[in-house]
Design a protein around this ligand. Sequence first.
Ligand SMILES: *Cc1c(COP(=O)(O)O)cnc(C)c1O
Length: 379
Amino acid sequence: MRIATRAIHAGQHPEAITGAIMTPVFQTSTYVQHGPGEHTGYEYSRTQNPTREALERNIADLESASHAFAFASGCAAAATVMHLFKAGDHIVCNDDVYGGTHRLFTQVMATHGLEFTFVDLGDVNALEGALRPNTKALWLETPSNPLLKIIDLKALSTKAHAHELVVICDNTFATPILQRPLELGCDIVVHSTTKYMGGHSDVIGGAACTNNDTHAKRLGFLRNSLGNVPGPWDAWLVLRGMKTLPLRMKAHCENASRIAAYLVEHKRIERVMYPGLKTHPGHAIAASQMSAFGGMITFILEGGLPQAERFLKSVKIFALAESLGGVESLIEHPALMTHASIPAHIRAQLGINDGLIRISVGIEDVNDLLEDLDQALSI
Ligand SMILES: *Cc1c(COP(=O)(O)O)cnc(C)c1O
């Protein structure tokens, strides 16, 4: 079956007692046993929950994974994946990862003895220079946040596997509708389901997927031990979002490519970063590993912070807010908002400057979005 059909049906069964077509919210902490240890396979909701499992079967199917684990947040998924490693292990990571991932690595996992090197992996040969004898994993995020750099997942997975590294990809921006990292050679995929998968800005969630039985066994054990599970109601909301993910991604991509084309032509915009533009340095790789270019656009407005602040206050449909991937369009200032947790000198090195603005293009009528940007750019 095709992915748009699977998004709706994969892993879903009518409920056994009533035939309810939608998986119920199994809002329970525990399950009654017939006798001590004689249970239905369900003992306690941190360990097993049918609503969560319906979501996991669905996500696993779309990501071409045999195992998926839902988490309380994207950060919870990333933190749990990091627990596959131990003190003394070294991990290579692309340089402009999500701010919260950077914080988790440098201010939490590093205090437990893990070592990290951040490097621009737009050049696949940069990996070799970052390797150490104790390197155990490669963490990739593509398109990256907020600079929308593109990383060649196939080439880097091949290189990393030659050094026996575990390759992990944060696929939040692309979603399995546009890009399936496991098919391209990665070992583990992580998601913030808060974003496109949930899709309605009403839930925080995360996921990790793999085809490797050893990693899956350990991830299941770690999640049960760390206890960072999503509640059944949150799992249900993400599952509901999944069913329209293919439709929504199509609309996000169409709107974003129209807006990117508009911004490129605008005289007050110094630079537009969107992988769908032929001038984007990662365009060819994006075209080969993604089926479309996503709904995120980053651009530099002339005039630095004062102009950026004025513009951000002048838009009317775009809401000034962190996060992304919802049906509604959002706009934000990475240096002051999503990436404020990255030290200023590192932000400067990366090019996350004061004129940099990131938009999450929603699925409103694109003409309204274009008019909104146009009026705010004329103020
Ligand atoms: C939001 C986000 C995360 C973190 O997810 P939460 O659900 O906010 O914990 C991780 N990676 C990327 C790319 C994100 O956008």
